[in-house]
Design a protein around this ligand. Structure first.
Ligand SMILES: *Cc1c(COP(=O)(O)O)cnc(C)c1O
Length: 418
């Protein structure tokens, strides 16, 4: 067989490509990195990518091996597209560092990250304890899918704290927390729950999507695994979906093994957008926090508002836990209006100019969502009398946002007939 003739341009390209020094980022090794420097410099290797500041999105399945020795070398990090690319590895490194974890796996969205964490901890016959305030799709995953594999779920009062000791049985292998709950905003006492389960073979998983690791680091508080809907604050622009699972030393091997077995990875383009989102996460979080607190305080001063549920407000029942475990707050909180018919709620939300209704959050745009936890909860009743609304505060002018809500509250009051 005649060897194929390789064009001169291709040879030049190959020669140049090989000469690019594969310099590793120095920033984690040589000195401790502060969060905002990590967000700016983490996961980048310009010298390995023609000098480009940003890591490119590798769209690829096949990775070719130079020779048999490299095919046989299973320590090579990138061997096939499903196991990630330099870009996804860089994003994983950023999240690992932020969470103080041993490793991170990316997932296509938050729900698949949650499923990965649960499946890594649980075997047939095991039980998972879940906070009653949990994100509804997490509850569906446990009740509808995990039960098919012989895993049972029990729900507990989000404020149970050390009292969780009374629920632990020989089959309990995981505790799932979401602090705060992303609709009703109860905080969970992670250190107390961690002490109560210590010495047992139980993995504590925390959904940390609201706070992000910039405001709360669950592993340092005694959790084992942290999951994120990266779709929200990491991506930050409502234009991509992502999930992350980070774990401590004990749980990391099982997470990695389960992710590989299930074939869980994020897409190249979503990983690119999430990495770009990470560069501004610090400034965005500060601005979301300031705006959400401003709007929450303003709502508290409105006569028709019966309750504002924001963990950083002095009126919140879990403020002491917030002050102890969090260094900042998020974009999202809820408030309650007097009980009214569906038509009154429609008068309020259907005519808002700036707050659109939508399930997600974390983007630049403000959102509102009416919700009713009474139908969802099973362990503890929802005791607020009224209609609840969740808001995500975006980057519109604050006076415009307040004017939009003020007009809506006035419509609510009028159609309520008070
Ligand atoms: C949105 C959300 C999820 C799910 O994330 P997706 O990326 O939409 O799958 C999980 N947990 C919380 C708290 C969320 O808000």
């Amino acid at each position: 067989m005649v060897a194929p003739k390789i064009a001169a341009t291709t040879l030049t390209y190959l020669a140049q490509h090989k000469s690019i020094p594969m310099k590793k980022s120095k920033i984690h090794k040589d000195h401790p990195t502060r969060t905002e420097t990590l967000l700016t410099h983490g996961g980048r290797e310009p010298a390995a990518h023609g000098g480009f500041v940003n890591m490119p999105a590798y769209r690829g399945s096949t990775i070719v091996f130079e020779d048999l020795a490299s095919l046989d070398d299973h320590t090579i990090r990138h061997r096939y597209g499903r196991q990630g690319t330099p870009l996804t590895a860089g994003l994983e490194d950023i999240v690992t560092e932020l969470e103080g974890a041993v490793g991170t796996c990316l997932a296509p969205n938050g729900v698949s990250a949650i499923s990965l964490a649960l499946m890594a901890c649980l075997d047939a016959g095991d039980e998972v304890l879940i906070t009653d305030s949990v994100y509804e799709p997490t509850r569906k995953l446990a009740d509808k899918l995990l039960t098919r594999f012989g895993i049972s779920a029990r729900y507990f009062d989000p404020r149970i704290g050390a009292g969780i000791a009374d629920l632990l049985g020989p089959a309990t292998k995981a505790v799932f927390l979401e602090s705060p709950g992303s609709l009703t905003f109860e905080l969970q006492d992670i250190p107390a729950i961690s002490s109560a389960v210590s010495g047992r073979d139980i993995g504590i998983i925390v959904d940390n999507s609201w706070a992000t690791p910039l405001s709360c680091r669950p592993l340092a508080l005694g959790a084992d695994i942290v999951v994120h809907s990266g779709t929200k604050m990491f991506v930050g622009h409502s234009d991509a979906m992502l999930g992350t699972v980070s774990a401590n030393e004990k749980h990391w091997p099982r997470i990695l093994e389960t992710a590989h077995a299930l074939g869980i990875i994020a897409s190249p383009d979503d990983s690119f957008l999430a990495t770009r989102g990470m560069r501004t996460l610090g400034v965005r979080m500060k601005e979301h926090e300031r705006r959400a607190l401003d709007l929450a305080r303003w709502l508290e001063s409105q006569e028709i508002v019966t309750r504002v549920l924001h963990p950083a407000l002095p009126s919140h029942p879990d403020k002491a836990i917030f002050d102890r475990d969090f260094s900042g707050s998020g974009s999202l909180f809820s408030f309650v209006l007097p009980l009214a018919e569906r038509s009154v709620i429609a008068e309020f939300v259907d005519h808002l100019a700036l707050f659109a209704m939508g399930y997600s959050w974390g983007g630049f745009e403000s959102l509102i969502l009416p919700f009713d936890p009474t139908k969802i909860r099973t362990a503890t009743p929802w005791n607020e009398h009224g209609n609840a609304f969740r808001v995500h505060v975006g980057f519109e002018d604050m006076d415009d946002l307040k004017a939009d809500l003020a007009a809506g509250l006035e419509r609510y009051r009028k159609s309520l007939g008070t």
